[in-house]
Design a protein. Structure first.
Length: 720
């Protein structure tokens, strides 16, 4: 350690000790203060403040801060050291901030400033604040112990922009079984997304490993801090691709001090809103219909059922159906409860179409039926003879039941099912849509409907009909919605979610190059941006991949280029590692080779290893074989809700969003990965899960998506 580094270390060591003493003192005092449970409102407010203090200080005890920025505001005499941490800490004696919350306006300088002699600035509640940055320093503190001091900028040095050694140090760390926060390494382009205005539909195209999921989670924490009077954590929601992924990301928000944010899949949320009137059919079985039509893989064009039913055109069709239904919803005759008493149809229509027009259809029907009953009671009140009154009351009840048979109560499912005729074609479907819906697929849907089962692409239409029939209550509205892996969502799904979201406040993120469910997802982000007003949307691209080594990213890009036209390629950070290893064998040597590969990786630094199969069935077979060989592994399936780390055996489609120290991609052969759009994206997803080591195994002819001539590949020998 040179003299300068030693001096900086000693300076930070003294500062850390002083900060730790102050935090410990404040926390001890707050914990010693009895918790107030009484009725006094002032004391209750004070107790809330004390509890927040206990929570924030407890979070700051082990790692009070991770960065320092020396900033001199224009018009002041000298620079001030600003320490940035996950929670703000104030000196109780002086009122000075010992630690600034990373979400505070001035803290944005720590992320946005990348060097240079020019003035830096940040937006504050008082306007734009300008000044000069003299020092930017990254710090690693663990359990109150200072472990690392790295200066990434020093105005007094000849080299004004130092390479980000600290970022490479953090990227080189091994993974455990949870995603972690990145507050200490947020990059400038990520920070701009995190701090974007609330009432905006942000669409983020981020390459594999660009940190887009983590950025979205940090954005939630920022919005709760910045707009604390306008948003509530319990009215925010994260939509993830599956339940296991939710478990994988579950540690980030608590680390950031955020709780109570809803987390779900679109399917689970939709079925809840629909009160589980329907259930989701086995998706593997529904896809068999496509295979029976002669397609080896589901189509990715607009003829795919997910693309068809997820389109804005299908929403427009349902709009027309609902509008026509509304105009003819009211019975077509006067209501006559008994001879001599008549409620004119014109009056009923006035009640329904004018007086109650602001209510949804089901509520309107309820209110009008209640009004008819009150009218009947008023007519009965005019009759004094009790026997006749009792007789007419009974008769009117029967008449009303008969009258209302022409005014049926509909659920979303009963209405949706009503749109389909017995011959399997949607009633009155426009020709341009009708031609896109193969009769065999419609017949398959009708069979499912009889069992009260629907396909995934039916959920958005059902939700839309549900909202038109029943409306949306205030407690169902979200303050902000995050959609992860959004390239697999349909425009119809996003349009429905927009109706449940205040002010179109969205963070929509994904990667078109990872669109492995193209038979239901989108091809271009414009399919989503067109759903929002121009001044209510924003688009960002994250091109840099921070997850994998240069060798892995360059190889993954080469796979993508062989199967995807004009692919969105990742730009790796300068972190070099081992070459991608291709191991070829025969079927007999496949399992022994896999066992040897696992043992070799375990002898190294890999703590999390993924054995990635092409299909779920192949993953099950590999898991059974490895278990029989005495190797402890965790099988990941579509129904799994917990990610356990260690050695995982997983089908490639379920690896999206996850990352591992090492990845062993199995059966990378021409029979499993063709030179096609879907297979190229699947293989790309599998490759980009690896942080440090990527090995490909092929028992047979190598996939045409892989070329052993690539400079980042080695095939010569098995490593000892």
């Amino acid at each position: 350690m040179d003299t300068k580094t030693q001096s900086a270390y000693q300076e930070e060591l003294q500062r850390l000790e002083e900060t730790n003493i102050e935090i410990d003192k404040q926390l001890a005092r707050l914990r010693a203060t009895p918790v107030y449970y009484g009725p006094d409102l002032t004391e209750q407010a004070l107790e809330v403040a004390r509890e927040n203090g206990r929570h924030n200080l407890a979070k700051a005890v082990d790692e009070p801060y991770f960065g320092r920025l020396d900033f001199q505001e224009t018009g002041t005499a000298s620079s001030m050291p600003l320490y940035i941490g996950k929670s703000g800490v104030e000196d109780e004696r002086t009122g000075q901030l010992l630690v600034i919350d990373w979400r505070a306006p001035v803290a944005s300088l720590f992320y946005s400033f990348t060097g240079g002699l020019d003035a830096a600035s940040y937006d504050s509640p008082d306007g734009l604040i300008e000044g000069l940055v003299y020092l930017k320093r990254n710090l690693v503190v663990r359990k109150q112990i200072l472990q690392r001091v790295v200066d990434t900028y020093d105005r007094n040095e000849d080299s004004l922009a130092v390479g980000d050694e600290f970022l490479l140090y953090r990227l080189g760390e091994n993974k455990d079984n949870k995603l972690r926060d990145i507050v200490s390494t947020i990059q400038a382009e990520q920070d701009r997304i995190i701090r974007a205005a609330k009432n905006t539909a942000l669409i983020i195209q981020g390459v594999a490993g660009s940190g887009k999921t983590t950025v979205a989670l940090h954005r939630l924490a920022f919005l709760l801090y910045q707009y604390r009077e306008q948003v509530r954590a319990e009215r925010m929601i994260i939509f993830a691709p599956n339940s296991m992924f939710l478990d994988y990301i579950s540690g980030v928000l608590p680390e950031l001090g955020v709780g109570n944010i809803q987390q779900s899949t679109f399917t689970d949320w939709a079925l809840d809103v629909l009160d589980h009137e329907v259930k989701l059919a086995d998706q593997a079985l529904t896809l068999q219909t496509w295979f029976s039509l002669g397609s080896k893989r589901p189509p990715v064009d607009d003829n795919a059922p997910g693309r068809f039913k997820g389109s804005v055109a299908y929403k427009t069709y349902l709009d027309d159906c609902l509008t026509k239904f509304e105009t003819s919803y009211v019975p077509s005759a006067d209501y006559i409860p008994w001879e001599g008493a008549k409620l004119p149809l014109a009056t009923i229509r006035e009640w329904f179409f004018v007086e109650n027009k602001h209510y949804p259809l089901v509520k309107r029907r309820e209110r009008v039926v209640a009004r008819i009953k009150r009218w009947t009671e008023m007519q009965l009140d005019k009759i004094w003879e009790q026997t006749r009154k009792k007789e007419l009351k009974k008769k009117s009840s029967q008449k009303l039941r008969t009258y209302l048979t022409g005014w049926p109560e509909h659920s979303a499912f009963s209405f949706y099912k009503m749109l389909y005729t017995e011959n399997g074609r949607p009633d009155s479907l426009p020709a341009e849509l009708l031609n896109q819906l193969p009769e065999q697929l419609v017949n398959a849907s009708l069979k499912l409907f009889k069992k009260k089962e629907v396909q995934l692409e039916d959920l958005a239409p059902l939700l839309y009909i549900h909202t038109r029939l029943n409306g949306i209550s205030s407690d169902q509205l979200f303050d902000h919605v995050v959609i992860d892996e959004a390239q697999d969502f349909s425009p119809f799904q996003v349009a429905v979610l927009d109706s449940y979201t205040r002010n179109s406040s969205f963070t929509i993120l994904g990667d078109l190059s990872q669109g492995i469910h193209a038979y239901q997802g989108i091809k271009d982000w414009k399919e989503f941006s067109g759903l929002f007003q121009e001044d209510q949307r924003g688009y960002f691209e994250l091109e840099r991949s921070y997850r994998s080594t240069m060798e892995i990213i360059q190889f993954a890009n080469s796979v993508l280029k062989r199967g995807v036209e004009n692919p969105l390629l990742a730009v790796p950070v300068f972190r070099s590692g081992n070459k991608v290893r291709v191991l070829q064998t025969d079927l007999k040597g496949r399992l022994p080779l896999l066992q040897r590969a696992i043992a070799t990786l375990q002898q190294g630094t890999s703590r999390t290893i993924a054995v990635v199969a092409r299909t779920e069935k192949q993953a099950e077979e590999l898991h059974d074989a490895l278990t029989s060989a005495g190797i402890e592994t965790n099988l990941i399936t579509s129904k799994q809700r917990v990610y356990r780390g260690g050695i995982s055996v997983v089908p490639v489609y379920l690896t999206k969003g996850l990352e591992f120290d090492a990845v062993l991609l199995m059966d990378v052969t021409s029979g499993h990965y063709e030179a096609s759009l879907i297979d190229a994206k699947l293989l790309y997803v599998g490759c980009t899960r690896a942080l440090h080591e990527l090995w490909l195994m092929a028992a047979g002819e190598l996939s045409p998506l892989v070329s052993t001539d690539e400079p980042e590949i080695v095939t010569t020998a098995f490593p000892e």
